[in-house]
Design a binder for this molecule. Sequence first.
Ligand code: C5P
Length: 304
Amino acid sequence: MPVKSVTVRVPAKVNLQLSVGPRESDGYHNLVTVFQAISIFDEVTVSFTPAQSGVSISITGEQTHGVPADANNLAVKAVELIAKEYDLNIDAHIEIKKAIPVAGGMAGGSADAAAAIVAIDYLYSLGMTREEMTEVASQLGSDVPFMLSGGTAIGTGHGEQLTAALSRGTYHWVLALSTVGLSTPSVYAECDRLRSESEIAEPQTNELLMQALLAADPKAVGANLINDLQAAACSLRPALRLVLDVGQEYGALGALVSGSGPTVAFLVSDEEAGLDLAVALTASGVVGSVARAYGPVAGAKILS
Ligand code: C5P
């Protein structure tokens, strides 16, 4: 009997390093980034719908505002891309249970696309290799390949060319969430506007960060977090500066805007320090809501 439905769990990410080169002629920027997958998960269920033709989608969860529930959703695009490339007629319903902040710089949309690839491969017994999944993923967005693999990885090119990073230990995070997201293209455009050509270096891997990850040294990781998009995210959302300051004042080992923001990620020494910081941030009144997470965790995985 064919499988009727499958649920895939997929994590969020933070960028421990995001070094952005100059804008290229295609509008994209060459990057060197270090991704870490963290323990906030969306669940994506894909079911056969023999009575309905085409792909439909519904979104559930506490925060779903701003998630397209139509063909613009990256998970729908992922299913349609596979249908085209594998010459399949796919009649399916996608249900996304969202926990990853929307437009928060944590790759929520990319994560759902990665989960949809894994789900369709399973439902249709395509037997896709990791390389084939990555090839589809990279056509959907720069962060999608990483959401398949998870763990800790260095991304180059647009962020989609991955090599595993040698990382040891578990890292604890406190995340300051915003209710209103930031658009990734606007943040890159603001980054271009703020920087003069002469100050833009070719991005390089931060060796101090890599050594700190290898040594499982959260203090050194915290001291070497870097995000070239941070100034742009803060320029568009000045309140983020205060959030960064408050978290550091309350003892975070390091702080940075996650990806294109507006989520701010604070690295702490352990779970207890995370709880203390979360309470302090909430009490400070400058943060709407907080979440705690640890990383690295695995990428998109079948649950049932
Ligand atoms: O690849 P993805 O669709 O996730 O990228 C979203 C937007 O982020 C792009 O349209 C582009 O404006 C910006 N971007 C960029 N350089 C990258 C990755 C993304 O300028 N390397």
